[in-house]
Design a binder for this molecule. Structure first.
Ligand code: NAD
Length: 294
């Protein structure tokens, strides 16, 4: 995969300084990953608290690296200094590539994309970390849609190696190549995929969750299913994974998949994901989902 990706990145523009819009779970992780791999990054949010939380998270991850002996203590300041928090677009004229990682709402994303395009140079590549919105739809918010594509990281960003680079109908080879090269610089494994509901990974993952939902509806014990999958060799089973993803995110993505592939992905009855969501058992984010968390 890496060899293929390198071949694809031959048309890439250099990415010396990047920016991420949104300092949430994903934006903070993207900033940490970029800065730790030598590409300085501006992290913009509309809330000061979000910027502080994003920087705190990066600090915690760096401390862990120091404890494990993977980073010298003096390296911590270098990485943190490479993340520039921002509440305005002041420095965006110098940015080579932007990753939009604001809330998963098409209207908000489209207005943010229009806004940022007016601040960056004509060559800047703009990408989106959306999990469920069509990149073709988002591209319509831009005057230079050729400079745009998807760059879909997985959570937690520092641990998950794969990045889906999503080709919109209008994406230029240069936009794809630059995004692939940036993913490689961040020590990720990029794959280039077409735009469709779920892209590649969520099409597979939600078919798997669908199978799990049916097993539970048939009376299957979720803990026994998780244990079986762990023995099978997977790092975690479906119930635990859904607790990590969050029932709100899981329900939303399942809805998108059902709409995109009604014959394959739609469920006629309420699923265990719906039931947990209704019972406000969202998973690790609120301390209870399939399992309880302290
Ligand atoms: P989040 O809610 O943790 O963070 C979103 C951040 O965007 C917030 O800090 C919010 O203040 C900020 N924001 C809102 N409007 C803004 C604006 N106009 N300009 C700048 N910042 C703004 O969300 P998240 O989980 O980090 O998700 C962000 C994106 O990443 C979404 O598109 C989501 O679908 C995608 N994604 C999430 C995951 C996941 O597991 N959480 C995985 C892959 C992709």
């Amino acid at each position: 995969l890496k060899r293929l990706a390198r071949k694809q990145s031959k048309d890439a523009l250099p990415v010396k300084h990047s920016a991420v819009l949104g300092a949430g779970i994903m934006g903070g992780g993207i900033a940490y990953q970029s800065a730790s791999n030598g590409v300085s990054i501006t992290m913009k949010d509309i809330r000061e608290e979000a910027l502080e939380a994003g920087l705190d998270e990066a600090g915690k991850l760096l401390k862990k690296q120091i404890q494990r002996g993977k980073l010298k203590p003096e390296g911590m300041a270098t990485v943190l200094n490479a993340i520039q928090p921002a509440l305005s677009y002041g420095e965006f004229g110098k940015v080579d590539l932007v990753v939009e990682a604001v809330v998963e709402n098409p209207k908000v994303k489209m207005s943010v994309l229009t806004e940022v395009e007016a601040q960056v140079s004509d060559d800047t590549i703009i990408t989106t970390n959306t999990s469920t919105i069509s990149v073709d739809l988002l591209s319509t918010a831009l005057k230079r849609p050729e400079n745009f594509c998807g760059m879909h990281f997985f959570n937690p960003v520092h641990r998950m190696p794969l990045v889906e680079v999503i080709r919109a109908k209008t994406s230029s080879e240069q936009a794809i190549a630059t995004t692939v090269a940036y993913a490689l610089a961040m020590r990720k494994t990029p794959i280039v995929v077409n735009d469709c509901p779920g892209f590649l990974i969520n099409r597979i993952l939600f078919a798997y969750f669908g199978g799990f939902n049916k097993l539970v509806a048939d009376g299957g014990d979720f803990m026994a299913i998780d244990k079986a999958l762990e023995r099978f060799g997977w790092p975690m089973g479906p119930a635990y994974l859904l607790d990590v993803v969050g029932m709100d995110t899981g329900k939303h993505a399942a809805g998108v998949m059902a709409e995109g592939f009604p014959d394959r992905m739609a469920s006629e009855s309420k699923t265990i994901i719906d039931a947990l969501f209704d019972a406000e058992r969202l998973g690790q984010k609120n301390g209870k989902g399939f399992y309880k968390y302290e």
